[in-house]
Write a protein that binds this ligand. Structure first.
Ligand code: SF4
Length: 311
């Protein structure tokens, strides 16, 4: 794959899927009626959001998602290396210790900050791989972002939570990180890292792919997160891409939108809608947010339009 030359080209690739190496054969969507029935129930129960692009939430949107939904969110991958090897991981192989912004590799933190500034980011996710494998660089990046953007920028650290300690959490907070996004599907839905993080950060959000057969475990996790005082559970539609399709174990994928590099996995969306319904019914404080592949494609298009407008 050739390297994108500019921020807008990097975003264009992200949005339009020019980097696709392998296509999944589309299969008919068999869950249309079930999905429509669930959507009717959700609307009757007072769901919020934009059902036309399957962006739905029960109470409030996570702080970092607000700029993202306006096309003002961005992301810096600190490293593709990880201490886990989840079957659903969409990071491309080989998993190199390389920094990148929307697929464009960056040499150092200074270049990364300049690129994020050129994209007009209002919120930045520091992700990976597992970014805490490069803890010192994460701290240096957070400080550099704070120096450049001031307090207005939202900085979320994406982590599987394995390497968190109270000391690490305090140093992240002191460096200017606003909140944490934890993928607890990586550890089998153990909420312990979220409980630890809530001792230091107010904004601890759990963000997981909705694996259809794990719906019961996700509901148990939801109840635990409510007890702990977590504000948001973010569910992504599980998707197959060139990077993970060989490990999808016969899961059926369908192309939701032409031009995307990924395809939603059959049953994931319906399971997410069922979790939303349960949250509306039984959760008093925690908000569940569903971010579909359609939403992610839409976000990427908005970000690209914004980057183009900035030249
Ligand atoms: S923890 Fe995250 S980055 Fe690591 S393998 Fe799992 S999905 Fe990929």
């Amino acid at each position: 794959m050739t390297r994108p030359r500019s921020p807008s080209e990097a975003l264009q690739r992200y949005a339009l899927g020019l980097a696709r190496e392998r296509l999944l054969a589309p299969v008919p969507v068999d869950s249309g009626r079930r999905r429509a029935a669930l959507l009717r129930k959700l609307k009757a129960a007072g769901i919020n959001g934009w059902p036309e692009r399957m962006t739905l939430f029960t109470k409030s949107l996570p702080m970092g998602c607000r700029p993202c939904l306006k096309g003002q969110g961005s992301n810096l991958v600190m490293t593709l290396k990880c201490n886990r090897d989840c079957f659903f991981c969409f990071n491309p192989e080989p998993r190199l210790a390389e920094m990148s912004v929307h697929g464009r590799s960056v040499r150092d933190l200074k270049e990364g900050v300049a690129l994020l500034a050129a994209l007009g980011a209002r919120s930045v996710g520091i992700s990976g791989g597992e970014p805490l494998l490069e803890k010192r660089k994460v701290l240096a990046l957070a400080r550099a972002l704070r120096r450049h953007f001031g307090r207005s920028l939202r900085i979320d650290l994406y982590t599987n939570g394995d390497l968190l300690t109270t000391r690490v959490l305090k140093s992240l907070k002191a460096a200017g990180v606003s909140g944490l996004r934890m993928n607890l599907a990586a550890n089998g839905y153990d909420p312990a890292p979220a409980a630890l993080a809530l001792g230091v950060f107010k904004d601890v959000e759990v963000e997981i792919p909705m694996i259809p057969e794990d719906k019961g475990r996700v509901l148990v996790l939801l109840g635990r997160l409510e007890e702990l005082g977590c504000r948001h559970l973010i569910l992504h539609e599980l998707f197959a891409s060139a990077a993970n399709v060989s490990r999808m174990d016969g899961r059926r994928a369908h192309e939701r939108r032409s031009g995307l590099t990924w395809s939603g996995v059959s049953g994931s969306e319906a399971a997410a809608l069922e979790v939303l319904l349960e949250a509306l019914r039984a959760m008093r404080k925690i908000s569940v947010y569903y971010c579909s592949t359609g939403t992610q494609g839409w976000i990427a298009q908005r970000a690209m339009a914004r980057a183009r407008a900035r030249g």
